[in-house]
Ligand binder design. Structure first.
Ligand code: CAA
Ligand code: NAI
Length: 247
């Protein structure tokens, strides 16, 4: 019960990594808000959790890129659970194309969700955390943001920005009792990688010393650790969970 009675918002909770994290957090005693854009998938996830006997959770349909929608989700959370202890900024999208073919609208949208979305959610919860002088914020970056990746001008820029925001907030908020850290997943088996051509996947596996893609649970375990008391002295970290793809 490493998160007993802690209230955690997980964005992108209906997706692969997000939902694995929801289950992990519920198993550890947290009260969890599943925040996601995709209502249909969210309903399926809700049904699955009910079938498994979990009831300490709330689903909220939210577009993280829309501040009003985020404020509503945060209000719902506080009404239901009274406070917010943990925010996992996990929602993210790709719109891959080579630089020469990338549509400006796709460049823009990826930044709106992956960068402004992280800003919106963090700014919306920070008042609660400052008031009680504690909180854990975990931002999801990517190996693409650290090393670059063919076809991902927009996404790599957005995920590098996530690391910049993490380090800035770690400096601004540390003295207020709030820890801010970033997780850098490598290629992980979720819907997001289904767009990657098989040839590319094989060459990626060849670059990973552990010779496999990540599983959603691998990333969920890192979120759990950083959200737990065991990580109280970790702040501004950039934790790679990538099988050692590049060092
Ligand atoms: N490594 C080496 N070469 C690559 C490559 C790669 N990763 N990706 C593409 N290329 C090469 C192709 O082999 C091709 O070479 P030739 O011209 O010599 O044939 C050239 O680049 C152009 O590629 P395409 O023919 O595929 O061009 P396209 O315009 O049809 O598609 C693309 C471009 C959409 C970027 C497509 O190649 C693609 O989807 N690539 C994968 C992008 C990727 O890795 N996305 C990661 C998604 S998962 C994720 O984002 C999670 C995370 O955080 C890591
Ligand atoms: P996924 O596609 O399974 O899940 C992403 C979830 O985010 C989806 O449920 C989607 O509905 C939600 N979402 C998208 N736009 C949203 C918005 N505007 N508002 C609210 N929710 C929104 O992808 P996955 O793999 O679970 O991704 C989770 C995070 O991990 C993302 O930030 C992604 O960039 C990051 N990541 C994933 C890697 C991978 O290989 N799968 C590697 C590195 C990072």
């Amino acid at each position: 019960m490493r998160l007993k009675d802690k209230v955690a918002i997980i964005t992108g909770a209906a997706g692969g990594i997000g939902f694995a994290s929801v289950k992990r957090f519920l198993q550890e005693g947290a009260k969890v808000v599943l925040a996601d854009f995709d209502k249909e998938q969210l309903d399926l996830r809700e049904r699955e959790l009910n079938e498994q006997g979990f009831n300490n959770f709330l689903t909220s349909v939210v577009d993280v890129s829309d501040r009003k929608s985020v404020d509503w989700m945060v209000r719902e959370t506080v009404e239901a659970f009274g406070t917010i202890d943990v925010l996992i900024n996990n929602a993210g999208i790709t719109r891959d194309a080579m630089l020469t073919k990338m549509e400006p609208v796709d460049f823009q949208r990826v930044l709106e969700v992956n960068v402004a979305g992280v800003f919106n959610c963090t700014q919306a919860v920070i008042g609660q955390m400052l008031e009680k002088g504690s909180g854990k914020i975990i931002n999801t970056s990517s190996v693409s943001g650290v090393y670059g990746n063919i076809g991902q001008t927009n996404y790599a820029a957005s995920k590098a920005a996530v690391i910049g925001m993490t380090k800035t907030w770690a400096k601004e908020l540390g003295k207020k009792g709030i820890n801010v850290n970033s997780v850098v997943p490598g290629f992980t088996e979720t819907n997001m990688v289904t767009t990657v051509p098989e040839k590319v996947i094989e060459s990626i596996k060849g670059m990973i010393p552990l010779r496999r893609l990540g599983k959603p649970e691998d990333i969920a375990n890192a979120y759990l650790f950083l959200a737990s008391k065991e990580a109280d002295y970790i702040n501004g970290a950039v934790l790679h969970v990538d099988g050692g793809i590049m060092m």
